[in-house]
Design a protein around this ligand. Structure first.
Ligand SMILES: [Zn+2]
Length: 338
């Protein structure tokens, strides 16, 4: 079959790969309904994470179960399922505490930019729908697998409350999903920091009430202006650079929580500045599995439309163009038809 392999910076190819097989009794094989490219796939693509050997790309997935291992009991062939990019047993102490992304048996999904994928820990990882969803819901269901789940976790970790004021740093797909999540959680004011017109428009559609186009100190000053000098109750940091993290800390009011889901690259925080900021931080890889049933219900009931974040759709064979378009910011997020 065809699959997506990253050979080195800027060198991603759709090529012949072996079909996945059941390796452990707890595995499942799914036939993907669609797959996509993640903002985090751009880190190795840009050479910011080292690529030492060819990498099978893709960790966002939904589709139909083809086959299950002998120990799998909660899903069966023919069911439509979604799973998280973190594979988890959903039974260990960390899973039961709601942090499935730190599961004692955690593995990270790979190889999902392909027509078939092996899902380890299928019982703990996959959530099945009661019937096959209609085709137009596939992009939104795919979004629950990572991008929406991650934006949702940022809002949850930042303790967004009904009536609160939220600042979202980052206008990538995750930041936009953070806006959607904050709106669903009842935030009254949602300030999206974005310099790009198409992303600003989507942020407004997802529930942003204000747009701040400035960055750095000027961006922080704008947020202070918009909040009578106080700052935001909750801040969602969805980038992972020194600039974005500093911005997040500076626009949080004392007592605020910062949910940070951009994987930090070269970020250093000053202990004393953090001490006097009196802000709390919770982040890391999102425990998407915790939110998955709820998010899938919201999609199936057509209460949210996270699939709109895909503004480019390509066949799997054109995956290299999908990476290029996201790298050059011509696309927010690429959906791949398999
Ligand atoms: Zn676990």
């Amino acid at each position: 079959m065809l699959g997506t392999i990253l050979h080195g910076p800027g060198d991603v190819r759709c090529e012949d790969v072996p079909e996945p097989k059941i390796l452990h009794p707890t595995d499942a094989i799914i036939r993907l309904s669609a797959t996509c490219i993640c903002g985090s796939d751009l880190w190795p693509y840009r050479g910011l994470n080292q690529v030492t050997s060819p990498m099978a790309m893709g960790h966002e997935y939904c589709g139909i179960v083809e086959e299950v291992g002998s120990a799998v009991t909660t899903v069966r062939p023919g069911q439509f399922v979604v799973g998280s990019f973190c594979l988890s047993d959903n039974t260990c102490p960390h899973c039961r505490f709601g942090f499935q992304s730190s599961c004692q048996q955690r593995e990270f999904m790979s190889g999902a930019q392909a027509p078939l994928a092996r899902i380890p820990l299928a019982d703990g990882t996959l959530v099945a729908t009661s019937e096959l969803p209609s085709d137009d819901l596939i992009p939104s269901l795919l979004a629950t697998s990572d991008v929406l789940g991650t934006g949702w976790y940022a809002a949850d970790a930042a303790r967004v409350q009904p009536g609160s004021t939220v600042a979202v740093v980052g206008d990538g797909a995750v930041g936009l999903m953070g806006v959607l999540a904050a709106k669903q959680m009842g935030a009254e004011r949602i300030i999206a920091m974005s310099r790009h017109r198409t992303r600003q428009d989507l942020a407004l559609e997802y529930g942003a009430t204000d747009i701040v186009a400035e960055r750095g100190d000027a961006g922080v000053a704008q947020i202070k202006d918009l909040t009578s000098g106080i700052g935001a109750d909750s801040v969602l940091e969805c980038v992972g650079t020194q600039e974005s993290m500093t911005q997040a800390v500076h626009c949080a009011r004392p007592g605020a929580m910062i949910g940070y889901v951009g994987v930090p690259h070269g970020v250093e925080l000053d202990g004393q500045a953090l001490f006097f900021s009196q802000t709390g931080m919770l982040g890391g890889p999102a425990p998407v599995r915790r939110f998955l049933p709820h998010l899938m219900d919201l999609v199936l009931e057509r209460k949210i439309n996270p699939g709109k974040v895909f503004d480019l759709t390509l066949p799997l064979a054109d995956v290299a163009e999908g990476y290029r378009a996201m790298d050059e910011r011509r696309a927010i997020k690429t959906l791949l038809r398999v």
